[in-house]
Design a protein. Structure first.
Length: 504
């Protein structure tokens, strides 16, 4: 009963006129920030953090929490409408969201993204409310071996993302792993793969630069070739009836959204994991369990529902270790943690006891922010659809300019802009040669996480690989990953033997 009494008190705090105004403003502003390529929740919260010193700490965290939520919703908008990920968390949404828009079903994709975000956010906040302390202890049980096993499981799930051509899928993965290794060695600090001592490679390859190059520039070049300059998307329409129909169809796929929410939240509570790996892993799992896996990447609504529910759930999950342990679960929560320290609040278990109005005001505001973000997002769908009615001769230069801004914004380095253009051309050529792009994108996200946890584990065990199998959690996850790695190869061999016997 204490939980519900505290939550009711939190709702009263969130309903304060100042807090409610900041909450709605934060959701609307976050939606815009999330939709702008290169900005995302990290930059949005960092830029607006100084403004929060004008209001009390509780109001400040409510505003920044709403901004964070709004940005998670907004990231899907440019991914679906333009094929440019608004943030790294929305890259997986591009895989099927953009093909749906190309088919004239952008309204369905946008409704699916908004609804999945709402479901993911709601489930994660409920889990946060009911099980914060025990879930924080679960997160602490995950050491480097468990994290590495989880990354291997993620790699195993997206082996199937490349379709039936397993060699091309592995090639795509290895290319992504090579790009993820560029920069300074995490143990020795020595430079590696810096291509002739180019200074721009010392900070590594920014994931968002690669994603915008592949899905912005590459997609634009591919569309220009297909359309030959003619408008392809003028058939995009929207009406109240279509939105309601889309909503009904999406609600029939609740199983996918619940799966994405639970997986995303679990990955989100792991320190330093974050929403991007959670969204990509949810996409891989959704495809693995789908009855029609070949439709993924060609406009399957489940390919939008799984990552969008996961990235919103993970964004809430990443706040849990920040509040209960003082460990940020994502780059955005690291900035929020800095804000809490500046406001004079010390994160940790005592925060719930010493400052209940702050904690429960934040938790209650997340429920409200989730609802307002959904309503604002759906209300603006007609405006988003209007963008697709522009002739591609007008849309292509706009996409190109947004890609340049998105490539420059994360690091303020022209090196990354040139790199983004190169990645765009590479993506276009790989697409013409029928190489899958999704595994490469996933590999460059998970590569640094997997390398860090693997090397930490091996240093701790003095190079003994048994460390990944002797602990109960990591051993079980590794066994499952190995099974998933082997299954596609077994299936391919059986198909080849079946064709051989049929030919004989």
């Amino acid at each position: 009963m204490d939980i519900f009494a505290n939550l009711l008190g939190g709702f009263l705090i969130a309903a304060d006129p100042l807090n409610l105004g900041l909450l709605v403003f934060g959701c609307a502003l976050g939606l815009f920030i999330g939709a702008m390529p290169g900005l995302g929740s990290v930059n949005g919260v960092a830029i607006l953090l100084p403004m929060t010193f004008l209001v009390p700490p509780t109001s400040a965290i409510i505003f920044l929490g709403a901004l964070y939520y709004g940005a998670m919703y907004g990231g899907a908008i440019s991914s679906i409408m333009l094929g440019i990920p608004g943030a790294s968390t929305a890259v997986a949404t591009t895989f099927d969201g953009r093909p749906l828009a190309m088919k004239g079903l952008a309204d369905r994709a946008l409704v699916a993204a908004a609804t999945a975000s709402f479901v993911g956010g709601t489930i994660s906040v409920i889990l946060f409310t009911l099980f914060a302390p025990p879930l924080a202890e679960v997160a602490l049980a995950f050491g480097p071996p468990e994290e590495f096993a989880l990354m291997m499981l993620a790699f195993a799930t997206f082996i199937g993302l490349g379709g039936d051509d397993i060699p091309k899928t592995f090639f795509s993965i290895f290319i992504g792993l090579v790009f993820s290794a560029v920069g300074l060695d995490i143990v020795s600090g020595e430079p590696r793969l810096i291509f002739g001592d180019l200074p721009g490679f010392y900070h590594g390859i920014n994931f968002l630069v690669l994603a915008i190059g592949i899905y912005g520039i590459g997609e634009m070049l591919w569309t220009i070739e297909l359309s030959e300059g003619e408008t392809m998307l003028s058939k995009a329409t929207v009406s109240f009836r279509r939105i309601i129909d889309s909503l009904k169809q999406v609600l029939l796929r609740m199983k996918t959204m619940v799966m994405g929410s639970l997986l995303g939240y679990f990955v989100g509570i792991l320190p330093a994991a974050g929403a991007t790996p959670g969204a990509l892993m949810a996409y891989g799992v959704a495809k693995s369990v789908s009855k029609d896996p070949k439709s993924f990447g060609r406009g399957n609504v489940d390919g939008v529902l799984a990552p969008e529910s996961a990235n919103n759930a993970a964004s809430t999950g990443s706040m849990l270790p920040m509040l209960t342990l003082g460990i940020p679960g994502s780059p955005t929560t690291a900035i929020l943690l800095g804000g809490m320290v500046i406001w004079g609040l010390e994160p940790g278990p005592l925060l719930f006891i010493d400052h209940p109005e702050f904690v429960w005001g934040l938790i209650a505001s997340l429920y409200a922010a989730n609802l307002f973000s959904l309503l604002i997002n759906i209300a603006f769908i007609p405006a988003f659809i209007w963008v697709l009615r522009l002739p591609f001769t007008i849309l292509a230069p706009i996409i190109f300019v947004l890609c340049i801004i998105g490539g420059y914004a994360p690091t303020k380095d022209m090196h990354d802009v040139w790199l983004m253009l190169i990645f765009g051309v590479m993506a276009y050529l790989m697409r013409k040669l029928d190489y899958p792009m999704a595994p490469a994108v996933l590999a460059i996200v998970l590569g640094p996480l997997a390398e860090r946890s693997m090397r930490q584990s091996l240093i701790g065990s003095h190079g003994d690989m048994v460390v990944f199998f002797e602990r109960p959690i990591s051993g079980a996850i590794m066994a499952l990953a190995i099974i998933l790695f082997v299954l596609p190869a077994v299936a391919a061999i059986r198909r080849r033997l079946g064709r051989g016997s049929a030919g004989g």
